[in-house]
Design a protein around this ligand. Structure first.
Ligand code: AMP
Length: 209
């Protein structure tokens, strides 16, 4: 199964994508996680991407398409994959169409007013990439799953979050129509309990939602 999750930053796509990918035993391919790993390594790609990411802007299409194009050709992705954060522009979607065809796109919908609160309170594990909201944590520094260090992403600062939401509306939201026209888009409300949202997504994927 070839899946993609679209939705604004802070919609909970990453959390849900991890769970759904596990359930279907397919790789969860997050363009943001891949870029952050490159930034931590200090690679050429990571250094080039950092200036865009820190400003809340998109990394150029050709860089991202090359990175994801290579990843989905790897052996573990041949049985399917779940894309999270890619494609994010019409040019990326068209490039992906030339490489492979998606089976379904899940649009995780969350009202704007909840997103800023979710992102500015988000903490990410530098080891396993799990994300948490500060309201769920008793220790703000240590990952409850793997013991890694939790950090606040530079691009989760409030002014950058506002810019990222603007970029989402301008560049990524049009993809909802693109995939609706192809007949493969399904909407899922991304607010409520994490388990309930996972169940809703699984029902939609199994054709019962
Ligand atoms: P995310 O973790 O998905 O919120 O992504 C964090 C940042 O990485 C974004 O704000 C962009 O700067 C960059 N990024 C991630 N995926 C893409 C993409 N598909 N196209 C361009 N930039 C991306």
């Amino acid at each position: 199964m070839k899946l993609m999750f679209v939705g604004p930053p802070g919609a909970g796509k990453g959390t849900q994508a991890t769970r759904v990918a596990q359930k279907y035993d397919i790789p969860h391919i997050s363009s943001g996680d891949m870029l952050r790993a490159q930034m931590r390594k200090g690679s050429e790609l990571g250094i080039a991407a950092k200036k865009y990411i820190d400003e809340g802007h998109l990394v150029p299409d050709d860089v991202i398409v090359a990175m994801i194009g290579k990843r989905i050709k790897e052996a573990d992705a041949q049985k399917g994959f779940l894309l999270d954060g890619f494609p994010r522009t019409a040019a990326q979607a068209e490039a992906l169409d030339k490489i492979t065809k998606l089976d379904m796109v899940i649009n995780v919908f969350v009202p704007d007013n909840k997103l800023v609160h979710r992102m500015t309170g988000r903490r990410v594990c530098d080891s396993c990439s799990a994300t948490y909201h500060v309201s769920m944590l008793s220790d703000l520094k240590t990952c409850p799953k793997c013991g890694g260090n939790l950090y606040l992403r530079d691009d989760d600062a409030e002014e950058i979050v506002i810019e990222r939401l603007k970029v989402y509306k301008e560049s990524t939201q049009p993809l909802i129509q693109y995939y609706t026209d192809k007949g493969i888009l399904r909407d899922v409300v991304g607010s409520g309990g994490i388990d309930t949202i996972t169940q809703t997504i699984l029902s939609v994927l199994e054709g019962q939602g």
